[in-house]
Structures are given as structure tokens and as C-alpha cells.
Design a protein around this ligand. Structure first.
Ligand SMILES: [Zn+2]
Length: 131
């Protein structure tokens, strides 16, 4: 059987070219294979398969790696914001803590989908799925 790009027999991607465009597509929440179809149908719920190239995505599980990455980004940015924005202000401690918790939570929630897209793209590009 001829193996074309629309066939349902998807293995690891061809090892031609750089991996970076594929990872960037994942960060942009697009299909790492074609770059056109959406990667998620809900906040962190991957589509069953790409609407454009038919690549299956529901079998790739990034598990806790996106959460770890989002928390790391959030922690570093929150400390930087605390240092450069709130340092030297006369805010009461309880108010500062509330502000920083809201900021950290917002950054982590904003970073989660791109990090999940990134790790799904890494897993797919390396050809390592749990199925
Ligand atoms: Zn696609």
C-alpha cells in the first residue's frame, strides 16, 4: 500500500528538517504535523485527529510535564514581577500575597495549553506514544 500523508497509518514523522517548526506549531496550539488544524477542542482536551491532515492526537499523553513547565514559568515570572513591580511599595503583606497568587495562577493557566502543545509535539516528533 502506498503511504501518503492522508493515510491513517501514522508513525513518527519523517526525520527530515528541523524539529523546531513542529514544536513551535504545538506551542501555537496547532497541529505539529501540518500546522493548520487545531490541536485542542477544549482547554486541555486534544482533538481526536487533525481536521486537516487527519493525524491522531488523542493517544498522545503529556501527563504532568506541561503542568511542571507551566509552574516553572509562572514561578519565575511571578518572582520577577514581585521584584520589579511590587518591591518598595507600601502594600500590606496580605494584599501583596493575594496579588501575587492571582498573578501566579493567571500565568500558570495561560502557560498550560502552550506547554501541553509543546510536549505533545515533542512526544509525537520523537515517535514515543503510550499506545
Ligand atoms: Zn494536521
Amino acid at each position: 500500500m502506498e503511504n501518503d500523508s492522508k493515510s491513517p497509518d501514522f508513525g513518527p514523522p519523517p526525520q527530515q528538517g528541523s524539529i523546531w517548526p513542529r514544536l513551535w506549531r504545538g506551542i501555537k496550539l496547532r497541529c505539529p504535523r501540518c500546522g493548520d488544524g487545531k490541536l485542542f477542542r477544549a482547554f486541555l482536551k486534544p482533538v481526536e485527529h487533525c481536521s486537516d491532515c487527519n493525524q491522531p492526537w488523542d493517544s498522545i499523553r503529556a501527563d504532568l510535564a506541561p503542568a511542571w513547565a507551566a509552574m516553572t514559568i509562572s514561578a519565575h515570572l511571578t518572582v520577577a514581577i514581585w521584584h520589579f513591580v511590587f518591591w518598595g511599595t507600601n502594600l500590606p503583606s496580605w494584599q501583596l500575597i493575594i496579588y501575587l497568587c492571582v498573578i501566579a495562577t493567571g500565568i500558570a493557566l495561560a502557560a498550560l495549553p502552550p506547554m501541553k502543545g509543546l510536549f505533545m509535539a515533542i512526544i509525537w516528533a520523537k515517535g514515543t506514544t503510550d499506545s
